[in-house]
Design a binder for this molecule. Sequence first.
Ligand SMILES: O=C(O)CCC(=O)C(=O)O
Ligand SMILES: [Fe+2]
Length: 299
Amino acid sequence: MTTAPERTADLYPTRGTEEVLIERKDPVVWSEPGTPGPIEADDLAGFERDGFLAIDQLITPDEVSVFHGELERLINDPTMRADDRSIVEPRSQEIRTIFEVHKISELFAKLAADPRVVGRARQILGSDVYVHQSRINVKPGFGASGFYWHSDFETWHAEDGLPNMRTVSVSIALTKNYDTNGGLMIMPGSHKTFLGCEGATPKDNYKRSLQMQDAGIPSNETLTSLAADYGIRLFTGEAGSATWFDCNAMHGSGDNITPFPRSNVFIVFNSVENPAVEPFAAPVRRPEYIGARDFTPVK
Ligand SMILES: O=C(O)CCC(=O)C(=O)O
Ligand SMILES: [Fe+2]
């Protein structure tokens, strides 16, 4: 008798022949109620309900200038521009995203391990955590393109093999996020429903999708009904402010045609109890600088 190889059940099918709405099968906050941590109980309840938590000042203005200086150094470094981990704007050829900044830069590694940052991630995910992905989205002025509506988890499940919704992102503003320069928009409450998208994942999809998405895109009909149900919240704030958001929150951001760059560093924490397996809906894994395979916890 032969036994089939063990396979993780797919709780969230996606990239099939039609769009499907599936009720979330995982908790949003994984720690036991009352577990001590930097997030107050009310704020944690708000995160559970809305799928996000905005913080006015996560890092101080002095710290912002250090991190912003580091960002400038990276985007002006010719070796960085030639690195696979840098993605350029299709039109202006300016740097759009730098992946794996916590590996490239000691300063950003320290930021990921800062108790104000990793402490909140551990509290939400109820375990030790590792960095699944980090990136700076530079959003330079004068024409940086936006990020179309998506759930990060849909991509991380389909293309990186994260089995469960036990992943959280923080977006920390390194420049002021105005209501005009392409700030992050989230549909509050959308994280409680998984939207399985229509259409198979092309091979090497990530190379195109990092400049412009075309797989894992919700239909206009579904976005219309989600927006009617949940509304859309825009996140603005001073440099140093931060937005925590659940991996399955429906979010996106518009182009930045202002002269003011909107540069935010995103750090994605995944629970060590939810390590990546094989992709659920893609022919190959994405590179490790986009979807980590080293599950060593952040200390
Ligand atoms: O930078 C933004 O405004 C959103 C980015 C985003 O959603 C992503 O990189 O997955
Ligand atoms: Fe995203």
